[in-house]
Design a protein around this ligand. Structure first.
Ligand SMILES: Nc1ncnc2c1ncn2[C@@H]1O[C@H](COP(=O)(O)OP(=O)(O)OP(=O)(O)O)[C@@H](O)[C@H]1O
Ligand SMILES: [Mg+2]
Length: 285
């Protein structure tokens, strides 16, 4: 089992899109995949079809989400809380959803230092059940991001390569140093950065010829991070597949799918297959 966190403290750079479609790509390759949503926005939970309701009173995630996994060492384990994604991908993937209430619960969880490695311990208990665990982290330097980076073996940092995302890499770097201090205290080896993933990149020849190469070089030379070879371009199909709906009676119900169920021959699907293959090669799977 290998655990990969998808993290950048900059918002909107494609972390969730990467987390859910990389999970789907691995699943299509026959891997047993668990996706854990650690972001109170719950976008990975939505994107994998677990938020198929329109009204709060129908919310069935509130009492069964990643918070219950984090709140105690002695009860609520992954098999008690896991769900199958719904209509998202064939085969479906296992998901531990997040919930908006994670925000208000953060201070309670922060009071106990052991909360930080509780997820790590609970993931270890299912190491024979999964080949790959993917953690979708929030765009913050908060407790949930720390929990993700402590539990992970590897890190992928999606970046749209724009100046603020790239300058933010300094924050990611100092956060990794802090996390590594905690990892060393619990006898865990340092987090391995698989690379910065160029994400939401404009497929525009002028940009790709002149601006993009300089931005890539600065990730390596100025911020000292490796860069993944695969590029995830900005494409309407990727934004579309998460916004699909179906009509049920009077209502339109969210019906998101992975990029592969949306159109397995499209360019984005090819890019995510190639990302999954590149990550596999780096992991030696
Ligand atoms: N390659 C892409 N092409 C087109 N749209 C994209 C692409 N990647 C992401 N998007 C869209 O951009 C928005 C932000 O993407 P996403 O939610 O994956 O980013 P994020 O980094 O997880 O955001 P947050 O920091 O809020 O968690 C979404 O509407 C998503 O559909
Ligand atoms: Mg996100």
């Amino acid at each position: 089992m290998q655990t990969i966190a998808i993290y950048h403290n900059k918002g909107g750079v494609g972390k969730t899109t990467t987390a859910i479609n990389l999970a789907a790509a691995f699943r299509k390759m026959g891997q047993r995949v668990l996706l854990i949503d650690l972001d109170s926005q719950a976008n990975s939970s939505f994107g994998t079809g677990l938020v198929k309701f329109q009204f709060e009173e129908e919310d069935d995630l509130v009492g069964r989400n990643v918070y219950q996994l984090l709140e105690s060492v002695d009860f609520n384990f992954i098999p008690d809380l896991v769900r199958k994604s719904s209509g998202f991908n064939q085969p479906e993937i296992d998901v531990i959803p997040a919930h908006i209430s994670l925000i208000e619960k953060q201070s309670k969880l922060s009071a106990f230092v052991n909360t930080r490695w509780r997820l790590d311990k609970k993931i270890q208990q299912v190491k024979d059940d999964y080949d790959i665990v993917i953690l979708d982290a929030p765009p913050a330097r908060d407790l949930y991001a720390e929990i993700a980076l402590i539990a992970a073996d590897y890190l992928i940092i999606p970046s749209d390569m724009k100046p603020f995302a790239n300058q933010g890499l300094n924050n990611v770097k100092s956060f990794i140093s802090e996390v590594n201090e905690t990892r060393s205290a619990i006898d865990k080896s340092p987090l391995e950065v698989l690379g910065v993933l160029a994400s939401k990149i404009l497929p525009n020849t002028r940009y790709l010829t002149h601006t993009f190469p300089r931005q890539r070089d600065s990730v390596i030379n100025r911020y000292g991070f490796p860069i993944l070879e695969t590029i995830i371009y900005e494409r309407v199909s990727l934004a579309h597949c998460v916004n699909q709906t179906i009509s049920v009676g009077m209502f339109d119900i969210p019906n998101p799918t992975s990029i592969f169920e949306f159109d397995e021959a499209c360019e984005s699907a090819k890019e995510f297959r190639s990302l999954a293959q590149e990550v596999m090669n780096k992991l030696g799977v």
